[in-house]
Design a protein. Structure first.
Length: 429
């Protein structure tokens, strides 16, 4: 481990070789003077040491999706690491770079990062973090573009491209992967079949997989309380060999939509016409993002939005919540999402329910929260429908067997009672 108190120099021109005074920067637990030591440990041959370092960084510089002054400062070294084929676990480091860039993806989907909003709100740390990762886009494109021998690294890099829209080169890379010309990872699977994977260690990981500290659309700030242990990273399956496969990637189709260029429409159209339901979902999501609103797109999105289909772990967006992503996309094509959102709230819980709730609240409360003390009968018909649905479906409020605080907060932030029991009483149930 290097001396964590010393000043370190950024390398390879990611930030003009500027010297970083880590002790003067902050992360979730205070001074960031420990960050260079953890970054150095990511090169260790000792897997336990690497995992501990990754866990410390994950818990500090992107705690619950928040960014701090140390977040952007860590990016140049992380870019050096992912660009070095001798470094282990580069797919995990790309995942970390993604969280540094955008926080949780639920804050931005169905669109991409709203840079003007970050500036207008004075979110300096978030803006600098996003711009720092954007400076490494040429490297991310190279890793995703087919020359990378590690399939999981290439897949992880490709999942970041859509968050930096308007790039023709990114679009071409994603079009190739979307049409089946990308790389996939073969691993030992039941009955010996090869399975497509994406994300860290062969597991697709959404950029919002850790529960946010605040409801979607808000940015929680402040330092975290010290914790005794870092959460385990989970069991890791052994990787097989990287092989070339002729299988299109739904995640790449979604990325084509996020890039936001009209030349991506044919790829999304082809996906919508696929026999694979996940490809059709991806095609509809991408087309909605690209402004195509014809009937087939609407019907595909509505079908997914109101469904109780389980999430797909191979899709590294919104934790694989396909129905939630479809529901969010309805607004892009001018479809009223309230009915689909209410139907979805009858079937889902935890984060998927929170996504459906946020959509329903926006649709039912277009003018914002009602005044405190507003009676149930004083609500609009659409608002009463939402309240009744929430009151009749206690499962939507649950997360790991307990009432989900973020769900309750989202409800009470709109002038309604806090908590399921109070809402039932309010509705006269």
């Amino acid at each position: 481990m290097i001396n964590a108190r010393r000043r370190s120099r950024k390398r390879r021109g990611w930030n003009d070789g500027a010297v970083v005074d880590w002790a003067g920067l902050r992360h979730a637990y205070g001074s960031a003077e420990d960050v260079p030591g953890h970054l150095a440990a990511l090169r260790s041959e000792d897997e336990d040491e690497r995992r501990e370092a990754f866990g410390e960084l994950y818990a500090s510089i992107v705690h619950q999706g928040n960014r701090y002054s140390a977040s952007a400062a860590a990016v140049p070294e992380l870019l050096d690491l992912v660009g070095d084929p001798s470094v282990p676990d580069r797919d995990l480091l790309l995942h970390l770079l993604g969280i540094i860039a955008i926080g949780g993806d639920g804050m931005w989907l169905p669109g991409t990062v709203r840079v003007a909003e970050l500036r207008a709100k004075g979110l300096v740390d978030e803006l600098r973090a996003y711009e720092a990762v954007a400076a490494g886009l040429p490297l991310l494109q190279r890793l995703a573009g087919g020359n990378e021998a590690d399939a999981d690294v290439a897949a992880s890099a490709s999942c970041l491209l859509g968050w930096f829209p308007g790039e023709t080169k990114s679009l071409e890379i994603l079009k190739n992967r979307a049409s089946g010309e990308g790389w996939a990872s073969a691993r030992a699977a039941p009955h010996g079949e090869a399975t497509r994977t994406a994300g860290p260690r062969g597991h697709a990981v959404s950029l919002g997989e850790e529960a946010p500290a605040a409801p979607p659309g808000e940015v929680s700030r402040g330092e975290a309380e010290p914790q005794g242990e870092v959460a385990p990273l989970g069991e890791v399956a052994p990787l097989g060999a990287a092989v070339r496969v002729d299988k299109a990637e739904p995640a790449a189709v979604v990325g084509v939509g996020l890039v936001g260029l009209a030349d991506g429409v044919p790829v999304a159209e082809a996906a919508l016409g696929s026999d694979d339901p996940i490809m059709r979902w991806a095609g509809a999501v991408a087309l909605a993002r690209l402004g195509v609103s014809r009937g087939e797109v609407r019907d595909e999105l509505l079908g997914w939005a109101a469904s109780d289909a389980p999430g797909d772990p191979s899709i590294p967006y919104l934790e694989g919540d396909l129905g939630g992503y479809a529901l969010l996309s309805l607004q892009l094509i001018g479809v009223d999402p309230l009915r689909a959102a209410l139907e979805r709230l009858r079937h889902v819980s935890a984060e998927p329910a929170l996504t459906a709730l946020v959509v329903a609240l926006r649709a039912a409360f277009p003018d914002g929260p009602v005044a405190k003390g507003t009676g149930f009968r004083e609500l609009s018909e659409r608002q009463r429908r939402l309240v009744r649905t929430l009151a009749d479906n206690p499962g939507a409020w649950r997360y790991d067997g307990m009432e989900f605080v973020n769900f309750s907060l989202a409800v009470s932030d709109h002038g309604l009672p806090h908590g399921h029991d109070r809402l039932r009483e309010y509705a006269g149930i």
